[in-house]
Design a protein around this ligand. Structure first.
Ligand SMILES: *Cc1c(COP(=O)(O)O)cnc(C)c1O
Length: 404
């Protein structure tokens, strides 16, 4: 994404042309960026040779999953729906891992029937249920057990998942007890230890602590794991001031870990692969000037992009056409939804904006469309993929007739 003669381009396509052709609000992805991100991730960990399972909940668009698959990635899924979508994209069941705190019987059954690589279980009851189903089907199911390592990922509280008080995984004692209880199960084999301590982690140190915890617990358990699933969570630069994640350091730590343990590493990245591949195009419906603020009312809203309302997260906003004239009042970029939290960004100093202008909300590829809803009975946005000079619809805009 870049400006040429004050016009915003995604690859070789002009932003203004996209919005005129496809309307707004519209998610717009760059295929080149996606491929580069995957390549860079693979390169960073090439000495470890991990299995990379794309976190489908970060983005479940079928065409995107197909591209992810072409690049050699598997999938990390958290529901039957995501599993079906990953399979539909052609991802091999042997590269699918199934996570989540509350998998229902029909979801587990489906996973067992499809013979996916691993079901990462999070409670003992879940493992009993898997064992019961496996016995019924006279088959052996490979599972992972998710450890809660009690580590502060130093990220937004609402996206931290690895602390004792979080609902995810099992703390050390129950983890070890369960390992013991299922040691001689004929139908369930514990092949994997999994962890995922949170999302948008920008410092490698919480991961370093996590690896130390793994060392200890593996030693205590005396269990031979084939896989260690380290989850995802690597952060991206939503703001220039955010420091970028140090992949070299993390990779070096894991390399040392592998000298002590003969296991295959699994990663489940979502955000780090897809976040910065997309913008959300929106049009300014109205501008309302008040004593203190200038409200820029967009046709995109929290139902299209919930992250700012849900976590208070930051997404930069840029115009599609740059102007030199500035406006120094406070600008609140908001949507039309009837909630005060339906606000994307508050900034001082923005270029002069007019009604009917277009803007792009940045870095929305992860947890953007996948978190969208029909709140206020608004139809979901369309999704467009840019590849060099071409642009194609990868998800049609929802029609009101289909939701009314
Ligand atoms: C959400 C999730 C991920 C992906 O996290 P990112 O921060 O998007 O990389 C990976 N593993 C599990 C179990 C998850 O729940």
């Amino acid at each position: 994404m870049y400006f040429k003669k004050n016009k915003l381009f995604i690859e070789k396509v002009e932003g203004s042309k996209i919005v005129k052709k496809f309307g707004t609000p519209t998610y717009c992805y760059s295929l080149r960026k996606l491929k580069n991100n995957i390549r860079n991730f693979q390169k960073s960990f090439s000495s470890i040779n991990p299995l990379l399972c794309f976190s489908v909940k970060s983005n479940s668009n079928l065409q995107i999953l197909k591209e992810v698959k072409k690049m050699g990635m598997g999938a990390d899924v958290v529901s039957k729906g995501e599993m079906m979508q990953a399979l539909k994209a052609g991802i091999s069941p042997k590269k699918i891992v199934f996570s989540g705190v509350g998998k229902k019987t029909d979801e587990l059954k489906f996973a067992i029937e499809k013979k996916i690589l691993l079901i990462n279980a999070e409670t003992e009851s879940e493992i009993f249920e898997i064992e019961r189903l496996a016995k019924l089907k006279k088959t052996v199911v490979h599972i992972g057990i998710r450890l809660n390592p009690n580590i502060d990922a130093k990220t937004l509280r609402k996206i931290s998942t690895g602390k004792r008080e979080d609902k995810f995984g099992l703390t050390e004692k129950p983890f070890l007890d369960i390992l013991n209880n299922f040691k001689f199960s004929r139908f369930v084999k514990v092949k994997c230890l999994s962890v995922h301590i949170g999302s948008q982690i920008t410092d490698y140190k919480p991961y370093s602590k996590m690896i130390n915890v793994l060392d200890k617990i593996i030693k205590k358990s005396q269990h031979v794991f084939d896989y260690i699933d380290l989850g995802g969570g690597m952060g991206v630069q939503y703001q220039k001031k955010t420091k970028s994640f140090n992949y070299q350091k993390y990779s070096a730590i894991i390399k040392k870990f592998l000298k002590r343990h003969d296991v295959k590493i699994i990663f489940e990245p979502g955000r780090s692969i897809i976040a910065n591949c997309a913008v959300l195009f929106a049009q300014i419906i109205y501008i309302k000037n008040t004593e203190k603020k200038r409200f820029i009312i967009l046709d995109a809203a929290m139902n299209d992009l919930m992250r700012p309302a849900l976590y208070g997260s930051y997404h930069n906003i840029i115009p599609l056409i740059k102007r030199s004239k500035k406006n120094k009042t406070i600008h609140d970029f908001v949507g039309p939804v009837c909630e005060t939290t339906d606000k994307f960004l508050s900034v001082k100093d923005f270029q002069q904006l007019n009604e009917k202008d277009y803007v792009a909300i940045c870095d929305v590829g992860a947890y953007g469309m996948s978190l969208s809803s029909n709140y206020n009975l608004r139809p979901k946005a369309s999704e467009i993929m840019i590849e060099n000079k071409s642009s194609k619809v990868i998800l049609k805009r929802q029609k009101l007739v289909n939701i009314i």
